[in-house]
Every structure is written in structure tokens, then in C-alpha cells.
Ligand binder design. Structure first.
Ligand code: HEC
Ligand code: HEC
Ligand code: HEC
Ligand code: HEC
Ligand code: HEC
Ligand code: HEC
Ligand code: HEC
Length: 386
């Protein structure tokens, strides 16, 4: 950062000798606008001062979780074992690629000509664990296609939640995009009633900086004008947040789909109290899939320590998948000498393997062959003795 400041100072002094500062920077361009007046400007505008954060962030599951279809995202799909899968009612779904476009073709035995062809425009899911789902447009209606891609086995499969027989499409409601994009404006954005129609030109794909940091335009303008100011200005500060506010920002997407929704999707902003926006799970045990908050808050570690939150173990800006050395070091910070009667020989440093085991989700099951549903394994956040 310091070197950055120094360089920007040199550049600033040099350039400001001949031109006003506004011309020395790329213009601030809106890539989306929230009716609450938040303007989304994308991560390109952060690079000049937060270069490492940006280059780290583009490798995270958050950033990769949604985008329009593009060639890098198509590459893994081209390596599929075969480009079709069969459903129970002898419908075959095949996938074709031309230029940068991907289409799903549905045909019935003997699979001569397809009876339905849908083009696929949007990809959901980073593929870090399971794979990708695909969305397409019909006018302004957004729907999910039946086929998903299972990355670990490089196979096309039936999407979670679809029946084992052919279903042309499933509506995509704002809550789905609330968890998987930075912003999407539905036609009834003022209402919590789910609809599947959107303003196509007002969707910001990927979870970018502004999803967690909110409004930034004034921040950028301020720091361009005062390159020597080394304290972040005109931006929300997590260091001023309470434990609940810090957890709520993650809980928006990591405490389950929610039983009741009181406010329209995308109205929650960093610092807000989540319970005013939605009721997270009210009955039953939290599922390991997408409910890390529900599980962590049942753990003794959380209940009996001060200020534990997600950032105790996770750096929200980095892809730390399977960095078990770092995660175990976090445990040891608080548990320098845990008392064990079980033998830890060979596993001394593998706390999470025993105390946060991977468990099968009851909600998220995938169907790779036409007749078996396999639950997805997710690391539980209920830290306990198993
Ligand atoms: C012209 C330089 C500049 C630009 C452009 C810029 N920032 Fe900053 N930002 C700073 C400086 C300087 C700080 C204070 C030092 C630090 O925390 O890194 C800061 C701090 C921050 C903080 C921490 C606030 C706190 O104290 O908790 C966040 C969050 C942030 N910036 C987000 C962004 C985002 C998102 C973008 C892109 C939309 C962006 N910044 C663009 C200069 C800039
Ligand atoms: C806007 C919704 C949203 C918010 C806010 C959010 N997440 Fe996520 N997070 C997701 C989604 C969606 C995924 C899965 C992305 C995928 O794999 O496609 C994910 C994945 C993750 C992962 C797994 C990463 C991996 O490599 O597999 C971690 C860890 C995580 N989030 C932590 C956090 C923390 C900590 C916060 C709060 C600072 C947070 N998230 C806030 C939606 C969100
Ligand atoms: C409450 C937030 C939330 C909602 C709503 C939600 N997801 Fe997710 N989704 C997540 C999180 C968090 C993960 C990361 C894995 C986990 O926790 O099991 C994930 C994982 C995924 C993955 C797998 C990514 C990978 O490779 O690991 C896909 C695909 C996906 N979601 C698609 C969808 C679609 C399509 C919808 C809407 C129909 C949807 N999700 C609704 C939060 C959500
Ligand atoms: C998933 C949510 C999330 C996303 C996405 C995100 N941040 Fe952050 N960011 C946080 C949280 C939470 C903190 C507070 C960390 C803490 O206090 O431990 C933070 C802290 C910061 C800080 C303060 C210094 C630091 O590193 O802790 C800066 C600067 C910052 N973020 C910039 C960015 C930029 C730039 C991007 C996009 C490239 C970005 N953030 C994306 C959640 C996020
Ligand atoms: C911020 C400090 C902190 C961190 C980090 C932390 N714990 Fe704990 N943990 C505690 C406290 C406090 C307790 C309750 C007192 C005790 O049992 O030591 C606890 C309790 C436990 C227990 C006993 C649970 C029970 O139900 O009896 C286990 C096991 C445990 N922690 C394992 C872990 C593991 C594994 C990690 C890393 C993934 C971890 N802890 C991270 C503070 C922490
Ligand atoms: C005590 C440490 C600790 C805390 C606190 C913690 N996590 Fe994790 N988390 C882990 C470990 C360890 C993993 C497994 C990482 C791996 O293997 O890549 C993990 C994985 C995840 C994953 C990916 C799960 C999967 O199986 O794909 C998500 C999502 C996640 N954490 C979100 C959160 C959120 C949200 C919070 C705050 C409520 C949180 N975590 C708090 C330790 C922690
Ligand atoms: C082979 C599985 C295994 C591994 C690896 C393991 N534990 Fe444990 N841990 C247990 C079991 C089982 C217990 C219950 C007490 C007993 O029978 O030893 C326990 C008890 C605990 C307790 C509660 C007792 C106390 O001291 O308060 C804590 C805390 C704990 N473990 C932390 C850790 C940490 C930190 C690590 C990593 C350095 C770790 N464990 C590695 C299985 C394991």
C-alpha cells in the first residue's frame, strides 16, 4: 500500500503540473444502479489503489459464482465425458456449443430432431465444489435449465430440485440472485413478492467488493483527490461494526434460504440488522448447505468466546479453500493444549477433520445417474466432539 501511495504521489505531482486530476484517472462508469441510489462501478475502479485485493478476489468462489457465459467458463464443459444425459422418461438433454454460445436440446427416443432448444446465457456456481447451473432468458423472464454440470466427475446431470423426468424450466426468483450476484433488479423491486422478471441491463454478476462494502463512488472520488489520505474515507467500516453486524453481512447468504422474507431482495446493506429483512431458519436443525451461521452459533467456541465471527477463520478476500494449515492454526490460537484421551498420532494438526467433519446435506442432493440421488458433503460449522 505504501509503495502504491508513493507511486501515486509521484504520478499525481507529475501529472497535476499539467492537467487537472480528473483526467488522469479512468472515468467512473456505472455498471448497475440500485433504486436506493447505490451506483455499482465494478472492481476495475478499485485496482489503482487496492491492486492485490482485486487480483486475489477474482480467484474466489464469491467472484466466480455467476457470470454471463464466456469462453473461459465454457472450457471445462468442453471436456465433458459426453455431452448429454438421459432422464427417466426417455428424454435426452444434449448440450451444443457454437462460437461462445451454449444450448440445451431436448429430444425423445430415437433422438432424431430436438423438440425444444434453449440457449443458455448465464452460469451460476464457481465450480469449486459441485459445479454449475445454467440460466436462460425468455423475454425478461429468467429461468433455470434442467441440466447442471458436475465438475468433479465432468458430467452433465439433473439440477438439484428438478424432478427425474423432463421439466422445461424453473423460474429464478430474486432470492437466488441475492445470494449469487452483486445486484439484480427485478421488475417489482419494491416488493418482497417473488417474480422471475428482471431489468436485463441492471444485473451485476459475481459477488464483487460492493456486495459487502456498499456505496463506493464518493470513496473513490475522495481518495483520487487526496492521494495522501491513508485512512479509508466515505465508506462503511467493519471495524466499527458490532459482532452481530459483522455476522449479519455473511448471514445474508450463509444462514439458509430463509423461512420468511419481509423486505425485497437486495435491500439489505452492510451494517443492517438481518432479522428485519428475513427470518432465517425457524424450525429443525440447520442444514450444512448454506447455513454456516446457524451451525457456528450452536458451537461452544462461539457461545463461550468473545467476538468470534466468520473472519476469525476466513479472509473474505482470498481463496483459502483447503488451506488446512491456516485453519488449524486458528484453532490452536485459542486451544494451545487441548486435553485428549484419543490418540492424535499423525493427526495432531488436523483439528478440523475431527471437530468440523464433512457431513451430508439433507437439502442439497444431486442426481448424476438417472436413478440415484447423492447428498453433497459440506464441512459442518458446528464445532464439537463427534
Ligand atoms: C484512489 C485510491 C482509492 C480507490 C480508487 C479506492 N480506494 Fe478504497 N481505500 C483507499 C485508501 C487510501 C484506504 C485506506 C487504507 C486501506 O485501508 O487500505 C481505503 C480503504 C478502503 C476500505 C477499508 C475501509 C475501512 O477502513 O474499513 C474499503 C472497504 C475500501 N477502501 C474499498 C474500496 C473499493 C470497493 C474500491 C473500488 C470500488 C476502492 N476502495 C477504491 C483508497 C482507494
Ligand atoms: C451475496 C451473498 C454472499 C455474501 C454476502 C457472502 N457470501 Fe460467502 N458465499 C456465497 C456463495 C453463493 C458462495 C458459493 C459460491 C460458489 O461456489 O459458487 C459462497 C462461498 C463462501 C465460502 C467458500 C469458499 C470456497 O472456496 O468454496 C466461504 C468461506 C464464504 N463464502 C465466506 C463468507 C464470509 C466470511 C462472508 C461475510 C464476510 C460471506 N461469505 C458473505 C455468498 C455470499
Ligand atoms: C441463501 C443463499 C443462497 C440461495 C438462495 C441460493 N444459493 Fe446456491 N449456494 C449458496 C452457498 C452459500 C453455496 C456454497 C456451498 C454451501 O454452503 O453448501 C451455494 C452453492 C451453489 C452451487 C454450487 C457451486 C459449487 O460449485 O460449489 C450452485 C450451482 C448454486 N448454489 C446454484 C444456486 C441456484 C441456481 C439458486 C437459485 C435457484 C441458488 N443457488 C440459491 C447460497 C445460496
Ligand atoms: C464477502 C464479502 C467481502 C467482499 C466481496 C469484499 N470484502 Fe473487503 N472486507 C470484508 C470484511 C468482512 C472486511 C473486514 C475484515 C475484518 O475486519 O477482519 C473487509 C475489509 C476490507 C478492507 C480493510 C482492510 C483489510 O484488508 O481488512 C479493504 C481495503 C477491503 N475490504 C477492500 C475490498 C475490495 C477492494 C474488495 C473487492 C476486490 C473487497 N474488499 C471485497 C468483506 C468483503
Ligand atoms: C476465538 C477462540 C476460539 C477459536 C478460534 C476456536 N475455539 Fe474451540 N472453543 C473456544 C471456547 C471458548 C470453547 C469453550 C471452552 C472449552 O471447551 O475450551 C471452545 C470449545 C471447543 C470444543 C469443545 C466443544 C464441546 O462441545 O465440548 C472443541 C472440540 C473445540 N472448541 C474445537 C475447536 C476447533 C477444532 C477449532 C478450529 C476450527 C476451534 N475450536 C476454534 C474458543 C475457540
Ligand atoms: C473456527 C473457524 C471457522 C469459523 C469461525 C468459520 N469457518 Fe467457515 N470454514 C472453516 C473451515 C476449516 C472450513 C473448511 C475449509 C476447506 O476445507 O477449504 C470452512 C469452510 C467454509 C465454507 C465452505 C464449506 C464447504 O464445505 O464447501 C463456507 C461457505 C464457510 N466456511 C462459511 C463460513 C461463514 C459464513 C462463517 C461465519 C458464520 C464461517 N465460515 C466461520 C472454519 C471456520
Ligand atoms: C482424531 C480426532 C481428533 C483430532 C485430530 C483432534 N481432536 Fe480434539 N477431541 C477429539 C475427541 C474425541 C475429544 C473428546 C475428548 C477425548 O476423548 O479425547 C476431543 C476434545 C477436544 C477439546 C475439548 C477438551 C478440552 O481440552 O477442552 C478441544 C478444545 C479439542 N479437542 C480441540 C482440538 C484441537 C485444537 C485439535 C487440533 C490441534 C484437535 N482437537 C484435534 C478428537 C480429536
Amino acid at each position: 500500500m505504501r509503495i502504491g501511495f508513493f507511486c501515486s504521489l509521484v504520478v499525481y505531482v507529475f501529472i497535476s503540473a499539467c492537467t487537472p486530476y480528473t483526467e488522469t484517472y479512468a472515468p467512473i462508469e456505472a455498471i448497475g444502479v440500485h433504486p436506493n441510489k447505490t451506483v455499482y462501478i465494478g472492481m476495475e475502479s478499485c485496482k489503482e489503489c487496492h491492486a492485490t485485493l482485486v487480483s486475489d478476489h477474482i480467484q474466489t468462489a464469491h467472484w466466480l459464482t455467476s457470470s454471463k457465459i464466456n469462453s473461459p467458463r465454457l472450457l471445462p464443459l468442453l471436456e465433458a465425458e459426453k455431452n448429454y444425459f438421459d432422464l427417466k422418461d426417455s428424454t435426452r438433454l444434449s448440450y451444443t456449443f457454437q462460437n461462445e454460445t451454449l444450448a440445451q436440446e431436448a429430444s425423445r427416443f430415437p433422438f432424431a430432431a430436438p423438440f425444444l432448444v434453449n440457449s443458455i446465457e448465464i452460469i451460476i456456481g464457481s465450480g469449486t465444489k459441485i459445479g454449475n447451473s445454467f440460466l436462460g432468458w425468455e423475454d425478461n423472464s429468467l429461468y433455470q435449465l434442467q441440466g447442471s454440470f458436475h465438475l468433479p466427475s465432468k458430467q452433465w446431470m439433473n439440477s438439484p430440485g428438478f424432478p427425474p423426468v423432463f421439466q422445461a424450466k424453473r423460474s429464478i426468483f430474486p432470492r437466488c440472485l441475492e445470494c449469487h450476484t452483486t445486484y439484480a433488479q427485478s421488475e417489482n423491486w419494491q416488493s418482497p413478492i417473488p417474480i422471475d422478471r428482471y431489468n436485463k441491463n441492471n444485473i451485476v454478476f459475481g459477488i464483487d467488493c460492493q456486495r459487502c462494502h456498499g456505496e463506493v463512488v464518493e470513496h473513490v472520488k475522495h481518495h483520487r483527490k487526496f492521494p495522501l489520505d491513508s485512512t479509508g474515507k466515505k465508506i462503511v467500516r467493519y471495524s466499527n461494526f458490532t459482532q452481530q453486524q459483522r455476522i449479519d453481512m455473511c448471514a445474508l447468504c450463509h444462514s439458509g434460504v430463509g423461512d420468511q422474507i419481509f423486505q425485497p431482495s437486495f435491500s439489505f446493506t452492510p451494517g443492517d440488522e438481518l432479522r428485519k429483512f428475513l427470518n432465517t431458519q425457524t424450525t429443525g436443525a440447520p442444514d450444512v448447505h448454506s447455513n454456516q451461521v446457524g451451525l457456528l452459533t450452536l458451537s461452544k467456541c462461539f457461545l463461550e468466546s468473545e467476538d468470534m465471527d466468520c473472519m476469525t477463520c476466513h479472509n473474505p478476500h482470498q481463496n483459502e479453500r483447503e488451506n488446512s494449515i491456516k485453519f488449524n492454526a486458528r484453532c490452536i490460537q485459542c486451544h494451545a493444549e487441548p486435553k485428549h484421551t484419543v490418540s492424535l498420532v499423525g493427526k495432531e494438526l488436523d483439528c478440523i477433520e475431527c471437530h468440523m467433519p464433512v457431513q451430508n446435506s439433507q437439502q442439497m442432493k444431486i442426481q448424476i445417474t438417472s436413478d440415484s440421488l447423492v447428498p453433497v458433503g459440506v464441512r459442518t460449522h458446528k464445532i464439537a466432539i463427534y
